[in-house]
Design a protein around this ligand. Structure first.
Ligand SMILES: [Zn+2]
Length: 281
């Protein structure tokens, strides 16, 4: 029988040892770094995997939220193993962002807690003429579709975020259904580093909500031109937003159709009010 001993998750022709698969492989290092533990796995080359994991468990045990962190640690191992198994069985669609989203979902389900955006994705650099793109966006055109062509049963979601100097972030989104009814949502987000980052978190939350509600045709309205131009691939994402933009694009795959539209701030009042309400919770 022909057995492949090489790592299935990276293209470095490394032998698939416990140490490589679960710790040293590029895929594994990014899962650990992107997890709630934020472990820099790449700097422990001289230890066996067994010693390494025992060290981390004893370290985590001293912390106040050790139970939650142990669950995170186990989920990291599980998600690496499950990606490896799928890859070994011939699945070519293994993605790091996908693996991290699965990890987050599993941790959240276990802890019954809200999902925390993680950090690990390489976004390709883009070079476009920003000024032309922004004019196009400002013209109010329906800008870009992900998925199939425009359908008249799209649900409109007006999104906004509020941000304070102490990094507190309020998220608000107002949903308008085709039958004329509407719903409003607001919540506090995790602390954000900038207003742009807060806007990106708000869009991400609105998309996650829509996906959970099984709404498949969505138009997202935002008054953050800079962020929209990044999502629509018209401008290079900033350091603060690129990981969130990547996650937004990844989430778009869950829908039949998502389009993003610019809306002037004065016409986005409802979402704005909701975000302000959330920040003062
Ligand atoms: Zn590898």
């Amino acid at each position: 029988m022909d057995v492949n001993y090489q790592c299935h998750l990276c293209s470095h022709n490394e032998v698939e040892s416990l140490e490589h698969l679960f710790r040293d492989c590029l895929f594994a290092t990014r899962i650990w770094a992107g997890s709630h533990l934020g472990i820099r796995a790449a700097i422990h080359h001289d230890m066996t995997f067994q010693d390494w994991i025992i060290n981390w468990i004893s370290f985590i045990h001293k912390m106040s939220n050790s139970d939650d962190l142990i669950i995170s640690l186990l989920c990291c191992i599980w998600v690496i193993w499950s990606a490896r198994t799928n890859a070994a069985l011939g699945d070519n669609s293994i993605s790091l962002t996908g693996a991290i989203l699965i990890y987050e979902e599993v941790v959240a389900r276990i802890l019954n807690a809200k999902i925390i955006p993680s950090r690990s994705f390489d976004y390709p650099a883009r070079n476009d003429d920003l000024s032309n793109s922004l004019k196009f966006l400002q013209s109010g055109n329906r800008c870009k579709f992900y998925g199939s062509a425009y359908r008249c049963d799209q649900t409109c979601i007006f999104v906004d975020a509020a941000w304070r100097d102490d990094k507190i972030t309020g998220l608000g989104w107002c949903v308008k259904y085709q039958n004329g009814s509407s719903q409003s949502f607001y919540k506090q987000g995790l602390p954000s580093l900038s207003p742009d980052q807060a806007e990106a978190v708000a869009i991400l939350e609105a998309l996650k909500w829509a996906s959970k509600e099984k709404i498949l045709h969505v138009v997202i309205y935002s008054d953050c031109l800079q962020l929209l131009s990044q999502i629509l691939d018209l401008a290079k994402p900033s350091l603060n937003t690129r990981l969130l933009v990547a996650d937004i694009l990844y989430l778009c795959c869950l829908f039949h159709c998502v389009s993003f539209c610019f809306i002037p701030m004065k016409r986005n009042k409802m979402a704005h009010m909701l975000a302000q309400k959330a920040i003062n919770l």
